[in-house]
Design a protein around this ligand. Structure first.
Ligand SMILES: Nc1ncnc2c1ncn2[C@@H]1O[C@H](COP(=O)(O)OP(=O)(O)O)[C@@H](O)[C@H]1O
Ligand SMILES: [Mg+2]
Length: 463
């Protein structure tokens, strides 16, 4: 089975949307943790550095012209003793003279406040990064600037230790969160996977609705639409199947009749009888071609044909009159009085001309065909009683269609028992299909005077 394009994409998208921001958050959090560890390790060790600076100031003794730093090598070694880092210092008098220590210690970039507040800054000394404290400190009756520098080894170690303590649990959290999200998304999308399988596993002939029980609310409307479409498809298939079966059945009889007639004619030798047979054959062939035309028309006007319908504004009054006029010669031949009644106004409706002509033709044809010689047929166009619809009524004074048959005459191939002339029983089925395509309704009423039949079609008027 071909996997639909974009099938698993939703899952990937969900995971990306959930895990992406999660990872970003964790990265940001780690950066914040690093910055914090750095701050705290500096805070802790800066204090010690400041302490050493103050200690150094105590070794400055007053003197003239400037104070003296009295620090024995032993004392210096003790003061600067450290397991991990190298320390160095410099003591400077107010006039800038270096009283002792390492002259290469980096100078501060900013002024050191005179009130004794320490300033901390970073620099490079003997190719090594150092952190330095600088402060003006009292020494007897004068002040000296003391700077102490320290390499960064223990600070870096502390920072890394603190960071490791924060980051390791976070990494575990990421792994756990990924697993949970993955599992959750896969589980959440399972109904969709099942739905996909339910649809892809079915046969192309199975047009039954897709079961809705397990379908999540978000996709339910989609599945309902699909089911709706399936139902319509099923109806169309059903119609087509029945139509083909009916058509084949209906054509079988006249075609075998035709064959029998031809066989008979072939056996004739008398030219006069052959002529007669041919004339009969022509009549049969004519009926057959009418049947085929009506079958085609039925197929063309089935409800699915909506897209080929061309509705255009049309005056029902003028159009019905025009179509009725075509029937006058035929009515005269049958000695039927064909009349037309219309209002003084045009009746504008939306209609497909060819189809509307077919509808009217079928109704007039029936009215003339099934009423007795010398009868009366009336075509009437006008506003319906509700004044918003237009109606077209075709009445005759022939034999009444029994009450029980009123609906059935609109069915395909249905003819009243004992209906004399030939016909297929498709005319009214076509009429009702065309009415449906126009959004029109059709009724069959008994004539007001109690004889004959009136077929009335109600059209929506253009506004
Ligand atoms: N105006 C009418 N008067 C009497 N019977 C009618 C009339 N119109 C239709 N019918 C009956 O309804 C049947 C179906 O009509 P229709 O669908 O046009 O098929 P067909 O005309 O080919 O028989 C006719 O056979 C006839 O029995
Ligand atoms: Mg007919």
């Amino acid at each position: 089975m071909k996997r639909a394009e974009g099938g698993p994409r939703l899952q990937r998208k969900l995971l990306a949307w959930l895990l992406g921001p999660l990872f970003l958050l964790l990265v940001l959090d780690t950066a914040a943790a690093y910055w914090n560890s750095l701050r705290f390790s500096n805070l802790a060790y800066d204090r010690a550095l400041h302490e050493i600076a103050r200690e150094l100031a105590l070794h400055v003794k007053p003197g003239a012209p400037r104070p003296q730093l009295e620090l024995s090598p032993g004392e210096e070694a003790l003061l600067l003793l450290d397991q991990q880092d190298r320390l160095s210092f410099r003591v400077t008098a107010e006039d800038g003279t270096v009283l002792g220590g390492d002259a290469s210690l980096p100078a501060p970039q900013q002024a050191i406040p005179r009130n004794g507040q320490p300033v901390f800054y970073e620099g490079v000394m003997h190719d090594e990064a150092v952190r330095i404290v600088a402060a003006w400190l009292p020494a007897g009756n004068t002040v000296v600037q003391v700077q102490v520098a320290e390499t960064l080894h223990k600070r870096q170690r502390l920072t890394l230790e603190m960071l490791a303590n924060v980051v390791l649990p976070q990494l575990l959290l990421i792994v756990a969160a990924t697993a949970v999200v993955w599992f959750g998304v896969s589980r959440g999308l399972q109904p969709l996977q099942r739905l996909r399988r339910a649809v892809s596993d079915r046969s192309h002939l199975d047009l039954s609705p897709v079961p809705l029980e397990d379908v999540p609310g978000e996709v339910r409307p989609l599945v309902e639409e699909v089911n709706d479409l399936l139902a319509r498809l099923a109806r169309t298939f059903d119609f087509q199947n029945r139509f083909v079966a009916d058509a084949a059945h209906q054509l079988k009889t006249p075609v075998s009749g035709l064959k029998a007639q031809i066989e008979l004619a072939l056996r004739e030798t008398d030219p006069e009888r052959v002529r007669h047979s041919l004339a009969q054959l022509f009549i049969s062939a004519d009926r057959l071609s009418r049947l085929v035309r009506q079958l085609l028309s039925l197929a063309r006007n089935e409800p699915g044909a909506l897209d080929t319908v061309q509705l255009q504004p049309l005056d029902l009054h003028a159009f019905a009159l025009e179509v009725s006029m075509d029937w006058v010669p035929h009515a005269i031949r049958r000695n039927i009085d064909l009349g037309f009644e219309g209002p003084d106004e045009p009746l504008m409706i939306d209609a497909d001309r060819d189809r509307l002509r077919e509808l009217i033709n079928n109704l007039i044809d029936n009215a003339i065909r099934y009423s007795q010689e010398g009868g009366r047929v009336t075509v009437r166009a006008g506003r319906a009683a509700d004044a918003v619809k237009a109606e077209l009524a075709i009445s005759d004074d022939g034999p009444k269609i029994p009450l029980a048959e009123r609906d059935r005459v609109f069915e395909r191939f249905h003819r009243l028992l004992g209906t004399p002339t030939d016909g297929s029983g498709l005319g009214l089925a076509i009429v009702s299909e065309i009415a449906t395509l126009h959004g029109a309704s059709i009724t069959l009423e008994e004539d007001t005077d109690g004889i004959g039949n009136t077929f009335t079609v109600f059209f929506r008027m253009r506004t």
